[in-house]
Every structure is written in structure tokens, then in C-alpha cells.
Ligand binder design. Structure first.
Ligand code: SF4
Length: 191
């Protein structure tokens, strides 16, 4: 991932990680739609809940460290409280015994919420094609973005987060009330 993807520059040439949404702007003013303004705010204030069960979680710790510095994206505020989080990051092997716990955590998160599946184990069971391991978290909860790798490097985790940010910024305000979304939750038996 190149730096230019992360660091944009403002009109005055100063570095900025936030790109203004589409709209009309002039000297001292800027107008845009409410949807885009809300998308901009949500995108840059994501509160992740790290659900780390094994080695991919260690890679995430590196992503949080000074070298990769996830705080650049407005998300240094990790939360282990589902009700104060909007991005569930699942990192590691999920045993079938753990699946109901994961689903409970997801269910307790307030809308709107997104899910990032980090690594081969969370996405597909990875190398553990055994009776005890869930063969992908999308068997119990809907997933928005998958990050491949065993383990994925911090750059890949950041890339996954950038993709989540794209989804968040462009999500329509009424999507969570749509029939399609209701059907997705019904498929997973989530109220
Ligand atoms: S994908 Fe690889 S590194 Fe990640 S939890 Fe599974 S075995 Fe560990």
C-alpha cells in the first residue's frame, strides 16, 4: 500500500488523512449532502472491538503499535464493550464452542455496525479443517470485508480497514432499514 493512499494533501499542501466529500466549495464555505457528511464522520471515528483469539491477534497488536499506528485513521479508541463499538474485528481461530459467543457479541453491538474478518482462520477455518473449528465466521454472522493471509501483515489489516472505511463512507443512511438488510439478518437468525 503506498503512502499516497493514506496521506492526501490539502489545497495548501499540508498532509491530511481525510478527504472532503463531493460537494460545492468556495472561499470559506463547503456544501454537501447530509448522507456524505454523516459518512465522513462515521468513516473517521470508527470504534473497533478486537475479537482476537490467537496468532492473528498478535499481528493486530503490531498494527496498533507506533510503527503502523492505527490511530492515524481515527480509531485509537478500542473497545471491549460491544455497545460502544461499531467495527467487529475477528482475528484468529474460532472454535465451534466460541461461535455462539461471537454471535452474542455481534448481536449486542448497536447499528450501524461492520465486520472485518482478519486472516485465514476467521475467514475460512484456515489450516484447521477439523471437527472443532468453525469453517469461517460468515457461518454465524455477516462479514463485510475479508483480509487474507496466515497471518496477514499489518499492511494487509490496514488495507482491510481502508476498505471498511470506504463502505462506511458510502453507505446510504437508509440501508439498515432496507428489506435486503433485514433478509440478511434473518438468514443468520439475528433479530
Ligand atoms: S490465520 Fe494463521 S496466523 Fe491467523 S490465527 Fe489462523 S493460524 Fe494463526
Amino acid at each position: 500500500m503506498s503512502d499516497s493512499k493514506i496521506i492526501q494533501t490539502t489545497e495548501r499542501g499540508k498532509p491530511s488523512i481525510v478527504q472532503a466529500p463531493e460537494g460545492y466549495s468556495g472561499a470559506g464555505f463547503m456544501t454537501t449532502s447530509l448522507e456524505k457528511a454523516v459518512g465522513l464522520a462515521r468513516k473517521n471515528s470508527i470504534w473497533p472491538l478486537p475479537f482476537a483469539t490467537s496468532c492473528c491477534g498478535i499481528e493486530f497488536m503490531a498494527t496498533m503499535g507506533a510503527n503502523y499506528d492505527l490511530a492515524r485513521f481515527g480509531m485509537e479508541r478500542l473497545s471491549f464493550s460491544p455497545r460502544q463499538s461499531d467495527l467487529l474485528m475477528v482475528m484468529g481461530t474460532i472454535a465451534k464452542k466460541m461461535a455462539p459467543v461471537l454471535k452474542e457479541v455481534y448481536t449486542q453491538m448497536a447499528e450501524p455496525k461492520w465486520v472485518l474478518s482478519v486472516g485465514a482462520c476467521a475467514s475460512s477455518g484456515g489450516i484447521f479443517d477439523t471437527y472443532s473449528v468453525l469453517q469461517g465466521i460468515d457461518r454465524v454472522i455477516p462479514v463485510d470485508v475479508y483480509v487474507p493471509g496466515c497471518p496477514p501483515r499489518p499492511e494487509q489489516i490496514i488495507d482491510g480497514i481502508l476498505k471498511i472505511q470506504e463502505l462506511v463512507a458510502n453507505e446510504g443512511l437508509r440501508r439498515r432499514y432496507s428489506k435486503e438488510y433485514e433478509e440478511t439478518l434473518a438468514k443468520y437468525k439475528i433479530d
